[in-house]
Design a protein around this ligand. Structure first.
Ligand SMILES: *[C@@H]1O[C@H](CO)[C@@H](O)[C@H](O)[C@H]1NC(C)=O
Length: 410
């Protein structure tokens, strides 16, 4: 087909393109070659100023500011951690203390400690892809988190895996995210600062897709938007379209379908009940289709994709991952990794993925009271960030006309 030309939004209003009907007629009269060239042209229309959402306080008095409280606007925050990985618990306790939020623990599970009778349902179906022992343990730990939410009637909870890393400016990011999430939902009374009608907020993922043909929110000039080159491998996508996803310094917030990696996600109590049913107690063809993987994050993504859960997510992911310095096997407790014979072992430095101002990467300065942080990736808006000058960013709803490749505000 024709060339796909991206017209990057220019700061100058003089370069703003507006496509109208007359122009369409003119195009129709041109030669077929020209038509082919124009076919895929992406016109980006940034016509209205950002803002004007007016959603400061929910109708029953929940303030957006609640996202900055000790549990980030959720009732509880849980982190899943194998008790034997005390090193990771140290890191989460320190990082969350610096970012000023509080984490409760869900003990990770080793599949060897489980009765095979308690393994995921349909695990042994003839055509089912095999699950690693670590994946079975991880499934159980996540299900334990859901069980606790249901049992204690926790209205909303954020669930983290213990190799999570996040941005020093997390609370500001969540404030911006909540504004985006609210813009995607009906304007109804709500008890959660994130809005009235969501089941799952997918905040830490490794790839996601937005619902096609529904409006999505774009925040421009978000200094915490990880540039595309520096993203970890994303296994699902594009979020909207590669040309839209990769506009520099943008963050997209949308109703999401497929997503992978359960690094960080929030659920409501009714959603925890629904997921507990679908992945453990009462699985259906919808949650565990024949021949498909039932690894936990894959199932969760499927439940968003089928519409069983109303999911909201952001591209790029808000949360990322890190691995402390040491042997390569130090990272994941799910995938088995052999470090080689003792005399040949290679030690690695710490590594960080998917976050611009990584808390874990900046711990040294932060514990000494430094108020300036460094970006962990290159090619960002601000390589060095003064924490006294962090400010939020408002965005605006957009739609993409996939046929004409026109992006416009709504
Ligand atoms: C934070 O805000 C949420 C939502 O309003 C609330 O459920 C939670 O209890 C608050 N957390 C704290 C520690 O006050």
């Amino acid at each position: 087909m024709g060339t796909l030309r991206l017209t990057i939004p220019s700061p100058s209003p003089a370069l703003t393109f507006v496509r109208n009907r007359q122009r369409k007629f003119l195009y129709a009269g041109l030669s077929s070659i020209l038509l082919l060239v124009l076919w895929g042209t992406l016109l980006i229309v940034f016509d209205a100023p950002y803002g004007g959402l007016g959603q400061g306080i929910g109708s029953d008095g929940v303030s957006l500011e609640a996202v900055r409280n000790q549990t980030l606007g959720f009732e509880k925050i849980f982190c899943i951690n194998l008790p034997s990985r005390t090193d990771k618990r140290d890191a989460i306790v320190l990082g969350s203390s610096i970012t000023q939020f509080h984490v409760d623990w869900i003990d990770g599970v080793s599949s060897e400690d489980m009765s095979p009778k308690a393994y995921p349902p349909h695990l042994d179906d003839a055509d089912r892809p095999r699950m690693l022992p670590g994946e079975i343990g991880s499934w159980r730990a996540h299900v334990n988190a859901l069980q606790r939410i249901v049992s204690e009637r926790i209205s909303t909870a954020l669930i983290l895996e213990d190799d999570v890393d996040w941005d020093v400016t997390l609370k500001t990011q969540l404030h911006d995210f909540a504004q985006g999430a609210l813009a995607l939902q009906p304007n109804q009374p709500h008890a959660s600062p994130y809005g009235p009608s969501w089941d799952l907020l997918w905040l830490g993922h490794c790839g996601m897709k937005c619902e096609r043909n529904s409006p999505f929110y774009i925040i421009k000039n978000d200094p915490t938007s990880v540039p595309a080159y520096a993203l970890p491998q994303y296994w699902a996508g594009p979020a909207i379209h590669p040309l839209v996803d990769n506009i520099k310094h943008n963050r997209l917030i949308c109703k999401s379908t497929l997503a992978v990696c359960s690094t960080a996600y929030a659920v409501t109590l009714p959603a925890a009940q629904k997921i507990l049913a679908a992945v453990s107690v009462a699985p259906t063809e919808e949650s565990m289709p024949a021949g498909e993987s039932i690894v936990y994050d894959v199932m969760l993504g499927r439940l968003c994709e089928t519409g069983y859960l109303r999911c909201i997510s952001t591209y790029p992911s808000v949360m990322g991952n890190w691995k402390g310095a040491g042997l390569p096997s130090k990272g994941s407790d799910i995938q088995y990794r052999y470090d080689g014979p003792r005399e040949e072992r290679v030690f690695e430095g710490a590594s960080f993925w998917g976050v611009v101002y990584s808390v874990m990467d900046n711990l040294g300065g932060l514990v000494s009271g430094e108020r300036v942080v460094r970006a962990s990736v290159r090619d960002v808006m601000l390589p060095v960030l003064d924490l006294g000058r962090v400010k939020g960013n408002r965005g605006k709803l957009h739609v993409l006309d996939y046929e004409e490749m026109v992006l416009s505000g709504v």
